[in-house]
Design a protein. Structure first.
Lengths: 362, 159
């Protein structure tokens, strides 16, 4: 475990450039990104307050050829028993055309906008916390899956994109993906569409469907159908993200579907120049699943409202102050976060093009 | 025909360069591609899609390789203000997010030395770059944008 953590830290400790770019040495190239966050939490929830070292995330993107790419993501999360290291994503992708790309590996399930846009890397998202319907460790939506994915874009004026995946459904631990194989030989299927119209920069509208037959924690089987829809406007000055999910489960032998819903709306508006490093934001959201649902035998009933301020005090680091008011069933809780989130290294965004002739590399 | 066109462009650039900077600096940039890129004209919105990674392959299936100048250069500033409509910080954050989401393995390649650009454009298939008109050399393939020639008003959109 310690060796793995050390290896992870070394991996994310700096920028890797495997070769310059010239006529004969275009590939391979690799870039590392790291994300981390740190916060202080005060809460009247039945949990401890105090400093929280968030996830350390290492992300590798590598061009293995003109059409072959690799994505890998590893996280280290602090727990009471030490750091838990996970392979979050490991994807090999072959690009046939813009309209057709094929991937194999472990993915963020493309069932939710937030799940694919902000899954890890607190610096990328405006808020400290994640929406209720996509909480880490939660069971409402399957957030990872292992399998195959087709994706592509077409119709440039509409920026139409699609995904279609097949893979292992939920594991016996319903919060996790089927990393060790499909639990009951019933694969999950996922399709999604989105549009990013050229006439509306920063706008994405889309939806997705997922069908699975997982095995519940009590070893019973159930059918699952999930549908989601989202609209996102993300520009420097304003951010508006709204998403809604319908999750239907039916245990084998039951006649009725258990119907759950989750949704959120997040708004952030950056202050005008010269205070444009400051972005106040707010979010409301809820998730509800009836009791005796296979994915939540005790039911889920959470609502929350957050209000906060993000201050980008450096190009790659942000300070966040966030107040959260939660209703968990009949109970109400208040939490205050003061958080620091950042990404590294500084020059990770651009590989270098070099006109050095190939012979000079020998 | 293209050699004659690029020769005329180079001559105009030399004349303009000798006369000193004149007119809108934006209109003195040209989109230059590798000779094998199978297009002669690009709609402005398509150009933006190329530079922002929404389109990663040319119509013939070859890979789009976007070359971008170092921060602080005229070419980069114009690309940021007109094509990307972003500040330098927003541009970097955009690419960090794009790569993080797995939408691409790589963004535009940074060209540290402007003198290296002609070599790269000539030798690396699929390359595209913004080049100052006075630096366009004979033999370079220059694209029109929405049918407009480099130097024409609105060639790269509104400033």
């Amino acid at each position: 475990m310690r060796a793995t953590l050390v290896g992870c830290c070394v991996m994310v400790g700096g920028l890797v450039q495997a070769g310059g770019l010239n006529a004969q040495h275009l590939h391979p190239s690799a870039r590392l990104l790291g994300f981390a966050d740190f916060s202080y939490l005060v809460t009247d929830q039945p949990r401890t307050s105090g400093f929280v070292q968030g996830q350390l995330v290492g992300h590798l993107a590598s061009e293995l050829g003109d059409r072959l790419g690799l994505f890998a993501e590893v996280s280290a999360t602090g727990t009471s028993a030490g750091y838990r290291v996970e392979v979050e994503r490991l994807i090999l992708r072959y690009d046939y055309r813009d309209a057709l790309k094929v991937s194999a590996g472990r993915f963020h399930t493309p069932i939710s906008y937030w799940n694919t846009a902000y899954h890890h890397g607190n610096w990328l998202q405006t808020s400290v916390s994640r929406p209720e319907m996509i909480q880490g460790g939660g069971t409402f939506l399957p957030i990872h899956y292992v399998g195959l994915l087709l994706e592509g874009t077409t119709l440039p004026s509409a920026g139409l994109g699609y995904v279609a995946g097949i893979g292992n459904g939920r594991a016996a631990n319903l919060a996790r993906a089927g990393d060790a194989g499909e639990e009951n030989n019933k694969l999950a299927y996922n399709v999604g569409l989105h549009a990013r119209p050229a006439a509306l920069p920063g706008v994405q509208i889309g939806g997705a469907l997922l069908i699975d037959r997982p095995v519940a924690e009590d070893a019973s089987h159930f059918a699952e159908r999930i549908a989601t829809g989202h609209i996102a406007l993300e520009r420097h000055a304003v951010e508006l993200i709204a998403e809604h999910a319908w999750v239907h489960n039916r245990s084998d032998g039951a006649t009725e579907w258990q119907q759950g819903r989750g949704w959120y709306v997040q708004l952030g508006v950056r202050l005008p120049d010269p205070a444009d490093r400051v972005k106040p934001y707010t979010r409301v959201g809820a998730v509800h699943m009836p009791a005796e649902s296979p994915i939540a035998p005790d039911g889920i009933d959470r609502r929350s409202w957050i209000g906060g301020i993000r201050y980008d005090f450096a190009e790659q680091a942000a300070l966040k102050l966030e107040y959260q008011r939660e209703r968990l069933g009949a109970n109400r809780f208040n939490s205050l976060f003061v958080g620091l989130s950042y990404t590294f290294p500084r020059t990770a965004s651009e590989p270098i093009a070099d006109a050095t002739p190939a012979s000079d590399h020998h | 025909m293209m050699n004659r066109f690029t020769g005329i462009v180079a001559l105009c650039a030399a004349v303009l360069g000798a006369a000193g900077p004149a007119g809108d600096q934006l209109d003195q940039l040209a989109i230059v591609v590798h000779a094998d890129v199978p297009i002669d004209d690009l709609p402005l919105e398509r150009l933006r899609r190329l530079y922002l990674g929404d389109q990663q392959y040319w119509p013939d299936g070859s890979r789009v390789i976007v070359l971008i100048h170092a921060p602080g250069t005229v070419e980069r500033q114009r690309a940021l203000s007109t094509l990307f409509r972003m500040t330098e910080s927003q541009y970097k954050q955009f690419w960090v997010a794009r790569i993080f989401r797995g939408e691409t393995t790589s963004g535009p390649r940074l060209v540290r030395d402007r003198a290296a650009l002609p070599v790269l454009l000539a030798s690396v298939p699929g390359t595209i770059a913004l080049v100052q008109l006075r630096h366009v050399q004979p033999g370079m393939k220059v694209l029109t944008v929405d049918g407009r020639q480099p130097g024409a008003p609105g060639y790269l959109g509104k400033q």
